[in-house]
Design a protein around this ligand. Structure first.
Ligand code: MN
Length: 237
C-alpha cells in the first residue's frame, strides 16, 4: 500500500523522568466539574451527570509551545485542568476498577473560544467551534501514577504572566478521577493513549498575544505555553 501523502506524525506527550513518550489516541474533556466554575458560567447544576466533549488529537500542544491566537474569536480563554492519561483498555468499568486504567497525570489547559462557546450554547448547537480547534489542548509532561499516588491533597494553579488566576484543591472536583473514568467508559471503550481533561475551577479569563500561561499541579511537571499573534489572520473569513 502506498499513502497518497505523508501520514500525519503521531502526536505524543513526554513522560517525566524518562525518554519514553505517551502516544495520544483521543482527547476527552469534562464539561463542568467544579461548583465555583458552574456558578461563574451561570449554567447547569452540580448534580447533573458529567458530560464530555472531544478535541482533535492534533490539538495537543506540549510544554513550551507557541499557541497562535485562534481565528474568529474576541474572547480566547484559559482553563487550567488536571489531565488523566489512560494506559489500559476498559469499557463499563466500575469506580473500583477505574484507577487500574490510569497511567499517569499531567497539568493541562483547555483553551476555549468563549464567545463561540456561548454562541453555540445559545443556538443549542455543538460546542465544537468553541472548544475543538488547533492547539486548543496544551498538555504538560505526564508523571506516572506510580510516582504521584492519588493526588488527593494536591492543588491546581493557573497563572498568566506570573499572576495566579485559578487555584483549587483537586478534592473540590464534583466527579473525582475514578468517577469520571467510570462514566466516560459507559459511552466509549477507553484505550491506552487517551487523555481526559477533568474540568476547570473558577477564575477563567481572557488571553492576548504575548501572554505566558502556566498550569501547575502539585507533584506534576509544570506546563507553560506562550500565546502568539495569529499568523493566519488573512485566512480569517
Ligand atoms: Mn474545560
Amino acid at each position: 500500500m502506498t499513502f497518497l501523502f505523508t501520514p500525519p506524525a503521531v502526536v505524543s506527550v513526554p513522560v517525566a523522568g524518562t525518554a519514553g513518550r505517551f502516544p495520544v489516541r483521543r482527547v476527552y474533556c469534562v464539561g463542568r466539574n467544579y461548583v465555583d466554575h458552574i456558578q461563574e458560567m451561570r449554567e447547569g447544576n452540580e448534580r447533573d451527570d458529567p458530560f464530555f466533549f472531544q478535541k482533535p488529537t492534533d490539538a495537543v500542544a506540549g510544554d513550551g509551545a507557541l499557541v497562535p491566537y485562534p481565528t474568529r474569536t474576541a474572547d480566547f480563554q484559559f482553563e487550567g485542568e488536571l489531565v488523566v492519561a489512560i494506559g489500559a483498555e476498559g469499557v463499563n468499568v466500575t469506580t473500583e476498577q477505574s484507577m487500574e486504567l490510569v497511567f499517569g497525570y499531567a497539568a493541562g489547559i483547555d483553551l476555549t473560544r468563549r464567545d463561540r462557546q456561548r454562541d453555540c450554547r445559545e443556538r443549542q448547537i455543538s460546542w465544537e467551534a468553541g472548544k475543538s480547534f488547533d492547539a486548543s489542548a496544551p498538555c504538560g509532561p505526564i508523571t506516572p501514577r506510580t510516582q504521584t499516588g492519588d493526588l488527593a491533597g494536591a492543588e491546581l494553579r493557573l497563572a498568566v504572566n506570573g499572576e495566579v488566576h485559578q487555584r483549587t484543591p483537586l478534592a473540590l472536583m464534583i466527579w473525582n478521577v475514578a468517577e469520571i473514568i467510570a462514566h466516560l467508559s459507559t459511552d466509549y471503550r477507553l484505550r491506552p493513549g487517551d487523555l481526559i481533561y477533568t474540568g476547570t475551577p473558577a477564575g477563567v479569563g481572557a488571553l492576548v498575544p504575548g501572554d505566558v500561561v502556566r498550569a501547575e499541579v502539585d507533584g506534576l511537571a509544570p506546563l507553560s505555553v506562550t500565546i502568539t499573534e495569529n499568523g493566519n489572520s488573512h485566512d480569517d473569513h
